[in-house]
Design a binder for this molecule. Structure first.
Ligand SMILES: Nc1nc2c(c(=O)[nH]1)N[C@H]1C(S)=C(S)[C@@H](COP(=O)(O)OP(=O)(O)OC[C@H]3O[C@@H](n4cnc5c(=O)[nH]c(N)nc54)[C@H](O)[C@@H]3O)O[C@H]1N2
Ligand SMILES: Nc1nc2c(c(=O)[nH]1)N[C@H]1C(S)=C(S)[C@@H](COP(=O)(O)OP(=O)(O)OC[C@H]3O[C@@H](n4cnc5c(=O)[nH]c(N)nc54)[C@H](O)[C@@H]3O)O[C@H]1N2
Ligand SMILES: [Mo]
Length: 763
């Protein structure tokens, strides 16, 4: 049997006469994602990169006319010509500027297989070449990932230990969900989501009588008949949580014994909460105008939380904002005040509903992985500070207690991500993108990032190569067999780097003499010891490969987050400085950051510059920008544009009707989107998912109108705080007007223009 693992599920490719005709969802999947079903038509569509290509001026003279990126035609070249160019340019830049001028941070999700993992491949290659400037953290969890180890434990550990859905169904009474539990988001998990759990879990919990509170600007963020929708003002959750805490403490509903035994720093936090340190008690009456939730409702909810077995969850989305550390920290503080951390059905979650595997109760075994080697270069950036780095070489910046400087980048090598999707303020990115002398991009499709590169190398998709699909806390490990030949002249990322390493003289170090199947066998066997630690007994590689999949048994015991710590905090201390939960962190306080001091607090954000709050959340019909060119995503468009949802109240005030195309704008940019009207969005908030392929009206004008609906021309590129420097896409204000002029034609999915030498007339 042949399966393939995609980030959004396991499927069985249907192939006839060498052509991919369809995809079937895995037979065991309880709630398959439609995203994967639409691969066949996308895989050899006109958006596919078929041959290596070099921007015309760069072909003639590497490093020349960087300002023409995205404007001038490409020349399609042979693989030898492209690889010779890349190898020579890498050597030139290294010779002139050193390895610290090469940026290989290359953020992005790429594909699910663990061997052909583009970023790992690139990192191993650049390490062999003497190193590169790398990036740390993620766009997903910039603020959360930096904060949590200081106050509880590292994010990855927490995510792998979340109290399991089956335990919640038995013990939880009240589930308070900041940012909801959106089924659309749990379609995915990095590396694989082999059995979709959230919809069945919500059904199970609803049947068990769990009451849900959906605190979100969008009703659709939580689908349950037993759910109340509390549409608070986005970005105000910390104030809301402080007011809940105020009620608990002022009414004596907090658990003193828990705080005493398991936490440090309650006293300074309490002084702030009660207004002893700043003169402002954080009462529900104080929070009501900030959050737009009536004070009486906040009081009642706090009392309900104290009298129930309560799970408090916060979606990643809340920390993708200015001061994004605060709602995460307050989630932990609230749960500590309730004293239910480590008990069945209670405590906190920091990402139920964000990825499929969170709450699965399965083993945190992440399976085979490809070793990246050692990076001799020490320079790095927090990932979302990428444009700051390009624009301000040498400038200082703060990060997690360190005072660092931006390196001076002359060459970018990107494989497996799309900055023209994920980065904020794309108009500024376009300017910064002109700074380096050379930009090399490996991708499968002609994304905007590929179109703005100097050299584009076509990579295979998962269906065109052999691989192993495996994700932490997932049900199945998948033997991903090659089912079709590479489209066009596409090559595996591994093969591309092997060929480059050979030109650069470290072929043997890079490949260790292994071909694809040798590597699969090697990394599979290499994971045996880690599997045994989890009590997982893997079959031989041959048996696994023949079977097509391996099911990892689910532990009999339900998972309860921090249960060991609760049972015996001395024997199981947390990896924080105190070994306990830190309501006040001396370490963070000592960093001296005004924008993230020693305990959670409400920090005013800059006043909105425009009347509507833009939520650019994760798309339902694709994964980020991947397969926006596929049928599922394209069917969701309105007059070819990405849909934007607004409340009828905001539409009427602007003379806008369902189905209209609108111009959405602010001080950073403007875009076109197609209107959906809904009462299920809070008035004053508009929602436009990420991932529409960036489509500038003018290739030259860096302030041009974006005509397809990519929200990142509007979002702000500023760090969450000096602590994390995380991305802040969800803090964004816009206005909207009807688009009256003629609609420009969408070009996002077209390949770029190619230059062909005029044929010399035969003599
Ligand atoms: N406004 C706003 N912006 C956001 C967010 C938001 O909420 N709002 N969310 C952020 C988050 S959480 C994230 S994680 C990022 C996601 O940002 P990215 O991970 O950069 O987005 P993807 O579209 O998944 O980009 C993956 C790219 O890799 C390519 N690719 C796939 N497989 C392979 C392969 O095998 N080899 C090679 N060479 N290439 C491959 C795909 O074609 C695609 O172009 O976006 C962030 N940006
Ligand atoms: N279908 C699909 N699923 C995905 C992805 C995808 O691209 N497509 N991407 C995956 C990735 S990489 C990640 S990191 C996760 C991200 O998971 P999240 O970051 O949690 O996802 P978002 O959709 O940005 O946000 C979740 C919800 O939070 C709400 N929200 C936003 N701001 C606020 C606020 O200030 N307060 C409150 N209370 N609510 C707010 C929004 O209504 C939004 O729908 O999703 C993953 N799942
Ligand atoms: Mo993410």
């Amino acid at each position: 049997m042949s399966y393939t693992a995609l980030h959004w599920g396991v499927y069985r490719p249907q192939v006839r006469d060498g052509r991919l005709e369809g995809m079937l969802a895995a037979e065991w999947d309880q709630d398959p994602s439609p995203i994967g079903l639409f691969l066949p038509e996308a895989i050899d569509s006109p958006s596919r990169i078929r041959r290596p290509a070099i921007r015309r001026s760069a072909l003639e003279n590497p490093g020349s006319h960087p300002e023409r990126r995205g404007q001038e035609p490409f020349v399609e070249v042979s693989w030898d010509q492209a690889l010779d160019w890349v190898a020579a340019e890498l050597q030139r830049v290294r010779h002139q500027y050193g390895n610290q001028a090469i940026f290989g941070g290359s953020y992005g999700w790429a594909s699910a297989g663990r061997f052909h993992h583009a970023q790992s491949q690139l990192h191993r290659f650049l390490n062999g070449f003497g190193g590169y400037v790398y990036s740390v953290d993620t766009y997903s969890l910039g603020a959360g990932r930096v904060l949590m180890p200081h106050i509880v434990a590292p994010m990855d550990w927490l995510l792998s230990q979340h109290t399991s859905w089956d335990n919640l169904a038995e013990h939880c009474e009240l589930f308070v969900a900041f940012g909801g539990l959106p089924i659309k988001n749990a379609q995915n998990s990095p590396g694989g989501a082999s059995d979709h759990l959230l919809r069945p879990a919500l059904e199970q919990l609803t049947q068990a009588g769990v009451r849900f509170i959906n605190i979100s600007p969008l009703r659709s963020d939580l689908e349950s008949d037993n759910s109340e929708w509390w549409p608070l003002r986005p970005g105000s959750d910390t104030a809301f949580m402080l007011a809940l805490a105020y009620v608990l403490v002022s009414e004596g509903l907090h658990d003193e014994a828990f705080l005493e035994r398991y936490t440090v720093g309650f006293a300074p936090f309490r002084d702030y909460l009660l207004g002893l340190s700043d003169g402002q008690p954080k009462t529900p009456d104080w929070a009501a105008p900030v959050t737009d939730i009536p004070a009486e409702h906040i009081r009642e909810l706090a009392r309900r939380m104290a009298s129930s077995r309560t799970m408090i969850n916060v979606a990643y989305g809340l920390q993708r904002a200015r001061h994004g550390e605060q709602p995460f920290w307050m989630t932990v503080v609230l749960a500590a005040l309730l004293g239910q951390i480590g008990l069945p059905g209670g405590g906190f979650g920091v990402g139920y509903g964000c990825m499929n595997n969170t709450g699965s109760g399965r083993k945190p075994f992440s399976g085979p992985r490809f070793s990246q080697g050692q990076n001799p270069v020490r320079d790095f950036i927090p990932v979302a500070r990428f444009v700051d780095m390009l624009l301000n070489p040498g400038a200082p910046f703060d990060y997690n207690g360190q005072h660092l400087h931006y390196p001076d980048i002359q060459l970018i090598y990107w494989a497996g991500g799309n900055a023209f999707h994920h980065h904020q303020d794309l108009n500024q990115l376009r300017q910064a993108w002109q700074k380096p002398q050379s930009i090399i991009v490996q991708d499968q499709y002609w994304t905007a990032q590929a179109k703005h590169a100097d050299v584009v190398l076509p990579a295979t998709t998962a269906l065109e190569r052999n691989d192993i699909g495996s994700a932490s806390s997932d049900r199945f490990m998948i033997a991903m067999k090659k089912v079709i030949e590479p489209v066009g002249e596409a090559r595996d990322d591994y093969q591309i780097f092997c060929d480059l390493a050979q030109r650069l003289g470290f072929s043997e170090d890079f490949s260790e003499g292994r071909d694809e199947m040798d590597w699969l066998r090697y990394i599979y066997q290499d994971s045996f010891a880690r599997a045994e630690e989890q009590n997982i007994h893997l079959p031989s590689f041959e048996d696994f490969w023949a079977e097509g999949r391996f099911e990892i048994a689910k532990p009999e015991q339900q998972t309860i987050l921090l249960n060991d710590f609760r049972n015996d905090p001395e024997a199981h201390p947390l990896p924080t400085p105190s070994g306990r939960i830190e309501l006040f962190s001396q370490r963070i306080a000592d960093f001296g950051y005004a924008d993230c001091p020693g305990h959670p607090l409400w920090l005013e954000k800059p006043a909105p510059t425009y009347p509507l709050h833009l939520i650019s959340n994760q798309p339902k019909t694709r994964l980020h920008s991947q397969y926006d060119h596929g049928g599922y995503s394209r069917a969701s468009k309105i007059q070819g544009r990405e849909p934007i949802t607004l409340n009828p109240q905001d539409a009427v005030a602007r003379g806008i009707a369902e189905g209209d195309v609108v111009r959405v704008y602010n001080e950073r940019g403007a875009l076109l989107a197609g209107v959906i009207l809904s009462q299920d969005i809070r008035p004053g908030v508009v929602q436009l998912a990420t991932g529409a392929w960036y489509d500038p009206l003018s290739a030259k004008d860096s302030q041009t109108l974006e005509i397809h609906g990519n929200p990142n021309v509007l979002t702000e590129d500023v760090g969450a705080s000096s602590l994390s420097q995380g991305c802040t896409a969800h803090t964004c204000y816009v206005d909207i007007e009807r688009w009256e002029a003629e609609l420009p034609e969408i070009k996002a999915f077209d390949p770029p223009a190619f230059y062909r030498e005029p044929e010399t007339a035969a003599l």
